[in-house]
Every structure is written in structure tokens, then in C-alpha cells.
Design a binder for this molecule. Structure first.
Ligand SMILES: Nc1ncnc2c1ncn2[C@@H]1O[C@H](COP(=O)(O)OP(=O)(O)OP(=O)(O)O)[C@@H](O)[C@H]1O
Ligand SMILES: [Mg+2]
Length: 472
């Protein structure tokens, strides 16, 4: 049997990463790639134990055992030659060289515990977002070489995990946070030890990357476009991971709101915003107000040019630093000649319990804080208006370096189930709160935006007095 992979599939197939996510959109040849990969590892490494997971048994069967390109078809010549046999009862293909390909699912609650003692050399997860992060971590912890002998040429590639998925479903957030947000697509990076310490990579692929599908079914893309809401279409056709149900900031577009860092002109007003936290993360944002002189950034737009997000790498876990340490950390991150016009902080830092307040302690170390306006609904509207901007050009942008806090958490925030005018506060919302304080310190919609939008000049300059100009 000759199998030819499409270029994107071949990229994933040959990738030196050891924990990869392929796809991120519908129809990109994800499941096919996993099947070919499963067979390859079984053939290439005698004794290899490959586990291919799909969340439910019916999906496993219909997706991987039926139709053109199924495992039965791909393995047909080998089963005919009696070099591979399918053991129905255990759901595994046994290869003559001692390798096995196990077809697995986690349909029932207790299913995960079946893999407690498993030694997985190659873990393949189809539709990763159908699994919980707990299930994935559990299985990842079973990925090890054990006594497997691997030829030198392949040694660095095993043990390994290959995942495929569309956006959406129950695991959308954690898969996005693990694979999509932390690094540029295709970049291979080593995860920290508690995260498995593997070489992780995200390889995006869409239906367009799968010519077989488009040849067999030329209307596939049109059908995807008619799928339902614009958001769902963007998720499945375009592989847009920023689309989530009940998204608080549905106008968020990574290609519009995230910009590569540049040297912020010294004349731009700079300020800080802080949301305090100790056991929960704190968030410090450094913001600059555009004067319109940098191409593509409207005057009055807020640019988040730096952040310090105080988390320990686990969702919603803080660093437990003292107020002095945070104040010193803030100063250390700034250039000696960086002029900060003001700093706003959440009202909690002014709360007195016993002894000096957080604000007082930070003031001793040169960080003077002002109480932020904490009207949640007004702040939410301010931020929405700024993200919407004017004529598709945002009034709030973030440097791509603000990855840990703002870019990881804000696009995924969802609306409060009981109050569509607010964000659900049970989420990791510290960078959002801090950005909200920043927005409220420079109201844009209320002065130049909401209702009467002001004249053209006002719209051009926002609330920021242009050097040499004043609007009256
Ligand atoms: N390299 C290839 N050669 C031949 N057929 C292929 C190839 N890649 C994919 N296909 C076929 O294209 C069709 C769609 O591919 P596949 O099911 O792998 O996509 P998918 O990304 O998993 O789709 P979905 O989003 O529906 O899960 C299948 O019939 C598959 O067998
Ligand atoms: Mg599939």
C-alpha cells in the first residue's frame, strides 16, 4: 500500500517535536494522519505500543475503522499477508514484530483507570478537545519508553504524543492554553517539568490543506460556511481558537489586537495598572497612549507594551509575593528613564486590615498607586468599545509579549451566565480586571464614543491631546 501524505501532514509526520497538536480546524486530514503515524511507529520500532484514543467507542469505530483511508483499509495488505491481526476483544492490532496498536476510548467514568499501569510509547489523541485536561495529563504520565529498544536514528523522537483536534468542545480552553497560545505556530518549545518537559508544537492545518477531501467533496468548504453562527464557522473553517461560546470579547482578533513589540516613542504617555493578588495571580500592565504617529495605531489607542503576570504557571495560581517584592519587581522591569505618568490599582490594595495597606507599602518602594474606578459594567463596556475601535481599527492593542496574562486569559473570558453585561468572575480574570482599570482611567467611549461620537477630529484624536493641539 502506498500512502502519500499532503505537505502539512508530512510536516507533522516528520516533526522532531515529541508532543504535538495538528489541525485546529475541520477536515485538515487529522484523523488520517494519526492512523498513518500509528502504523509507521508500529512498523519502524519492533515492540512499540501505540495507543490511539478517541473519546467514545462509536466515534472510534466510525472514524478509524470504516470507510476509505480507515485502519482496516490501510492495514489490508498486511492483514492479508497475516503479518497483522486484529484482536476484536481487546480492540488491538497485533503486528508480527511485537508492536501493538490499541484502539482506546474513555466513554465511561472508570475507563481512565484501565490505563493506570500502561506503558505508552506513542500516544495518539484524536479530537483532543473532547477530553478533559485531567484525562490528558493522566495519560501523558503513562508515556515512557520502559525497556523499548529504539534505533539511534529514531531515539530522540520517542516516547511521543501526537494529538489532533478542532477548536470548541469541553476541552477548548485547556488545549488552547497548552498548545495554541504559548508560542507561534510551528515553533517547537520545551515545556516545564510539571507540564511533562516534552518538545511541544502546534501545526495548524485546515480543510484547504487536505486536497483529497476537496477533490472528493468540492462543496465541503461551502457546507462549513453554512454551519451556523459566524463564530462557529470561524472556528471550524478557519481554525480560529479565539472563538468560544458566550465569549465576553467576541470582537477579539489576534491578527488585529496583537502587535509585535516596537520601541514606544518617549513622548507617548505611559501608565501602569495593577490588580493585586497573592495566592491568586497579580497582574501589572504597562500601557502607552498612542499619539497616532505609529503606522496603523490610532491616536488615543492604548497599547499594552509590557506586563508582569504573577502566576506560577498553573491556571489561577499566584506567586505569593509580598507587596514590597512586587513594587521592587515593577521598578526592576522599567528603564531608568521611563516616565510613568500614573498608576491605577484595584480598590483592595487600599483596604486597611492590620498595619500599612498594600498601597502604602508599595509607595515606600516608589510605586505610588491611585484608586481605580471599579464600576464593573462601565469598565466592561469601555473595554469592549476600545477593542471594537473605529472602522475595524482597535483602540486597545497588546504586544505579543504579553503572553502569560493578557493574551492567555482575556480572549477566552466568557459572559456571566446571569448577567450578560459582565464577565464571569469565576474565571482567571486578573489581567482583565487590570486592563479594565486601565481603560477606566482613560474613558474613551464616554468622552468621544458612546452616543454622540464627537466630530471627526475628536474621533481622530480620541481623548488624548495631540501634541500642539487641544480640543475644546
Ligand atoms: N494524505 C491523504 N491521502 C488520502 N486520503 C486522505 C489523506 N489525508 C486525508 N485523507 C482523507 O480525507 C478525508 C478527511 O480526512 P480526515 O478524516 O483525516 O480529516 P479530519 O481533519 O480528521 O476531519 P474532521 O475535522 O472531520 O475530523 C478522509 O476521508 C481521509 O481518509
Ligand atoms: Mg477527524
Amino acid at each position: 500500500m502506498r500512502v502519500a501524505l499532503h505537505p502539512k501532514q508530512a510536516l507533522a509526520f516528520g516533526s522532531p517535536a515529541t508532543e504535538l497538536l495538528y489541525g485546529g480546524a475541520a477536515g485538515g486530514g487529522k484523523s488520517f494522519l494519526l492512523r498513518v503515524s500509528a502504523i509507521r511507529w508500529c512498523l519502524a520500532v519492533p515492540g512499540c505500543q501505540v495507543f490511539l484514543f478517541r473519546r467514545s467507542l462509536p466515534e472510534l469505530k466510525s472514524n478509524h475503522l470504516r470507510g476509505p483511508g480507515s485502519l482496516l483499509e490501510l492495514l489490508g495488505p498486511l492483514t492479508a499477508a497475516r503479518r497483522v491481526s486484529l484482536v476484536q476483544q481487546s480492540g488491538e492490532f497485533r503486528f508480527w514484530n511485537g508492536s501493538t496498536l490499541r484502539l482506546c476510548h474513555l466513554q465511561h467514568d472508570g475507563d481512565l483507570s484501565k490505563y493506570q499501569g500502561a506503558e505508552i510509547h506513542v500516544l495518539l489523541m484524536d479530537e483532543l478537545t473532547h477530553f478533559s485536561s485531567h484525562q490528558y495529563r493522566f495519560l501523558r504520565a503513562r508515556v515512557r519508553l520502559g525497556g523499548l529498544q529504539v534505533a539511534a536514528a529514531l531515539a530522540h523522537r520517542l516516547p511521543r504524543i501526537e494529538c489532533a483536534s478542532n477548536p470548541g468542545s469541553v476541552g477548548h480552553q485547556w488545549v488552547k492554553a497548552a498548545f495554541v497560545t504559548p508560542a507561534e505556530p510551528l515553533k517547537i518549545w520545551r515545556t516545564p517539568k510539571p507540564e511533562g518537559g516534552m518538545r511541544r508544537q502546534y501545526i495548524p492545518a485546515r480543510a484547504r490543506d487536505n486536497p483529497t477531501l476537496l477533490e472528493r467533496d468540492p462543496e465541503y468548504l461551502d457546507r462549513l460556511s453554512g454551519l451556523g453562527t459566524a463564530e462557529l464557522v470561524r472556528a471550524l473553517r478557519d481554525g480560529d481558537w479565539d472563538v468560544v461560546a458566550g465569549q465576553a470579547f467576541e470582537m477579539w482578533r489576534a491578527d488585529r489586537h496583537v502587535i509585535e513589540p516596537f520601541a514606544v516613542p518617549p513622548r507617548w504617555t505611559r501608565f501602569r495598572a495593577l490588580d493585586w493578588g497573592s495566592s491568586k495571580p497579580f497582574s501589572v500592565g504597562w500601557w502607552a497612549v498612542s499619539d497616532g504617529a505609529v503606522d496603523g495605531i490610532l491616536a488615543g489607542a492604548l497599547v499594552r507594551y509590557r506586563e508582569w503576570y504573577g502566576w506560577d504557571g498553573k491556571p489561577d495560581h499566584g506567586l505569593r509575593l509580598t507587596s514590597e517584592q512586587v513594587a521592587r519587581g515593577i521598578r526592576e522591569r522599567e528603564a531608568d528613564d521611563e516616565r510613568i505618568a500614573y498608576s491605577v490599582a484595584d480598590p483592595a490594595v487600599f483596604g486597611r486590615h492590620d498595619g500599612p495597606t498594600v498601597a502604602e507599602r508599595m509607595a515606600e518602594h516608589g510605586v505610588i498607586l491611585r484608586r481605580a474606578t471599579n464600576d464593573r459594567k462601565a469598565g466592561f463596556q469601555e473595554m469592549r468599545s476600545r477593542l471594537t475601535g473605529l472602522d475595524g481599527r482597535p483602540m486597545l492593542l497588546a504586544f505579543s509579549t504579553c503572553r502569560n496574562g493578557f493574551l492567555r486569559t482575556v480572549p477566552d473570558l466568557v459572559l456571566c451566565p446571569h448577567d450578560p453585561e459582565d464577565v464571569d468572575t469565576t474565571q482567571e480574570d486578573h489581567a482583565y480586571d487590570e486592563a479594565r482599570y486601565a481603560c477606566m482611567s482613560r474613558p474613551w467611549t464616554s468622552s468621544a464614543g458612546r452616543g454622540a461620537r464627537g466630530d471627526r477630529w475628536e474621533r481622530l484624536f480620541g481623548d488624548q491631546p495631540h501634541p500642539g493641539w487641544r480640543l475644546s
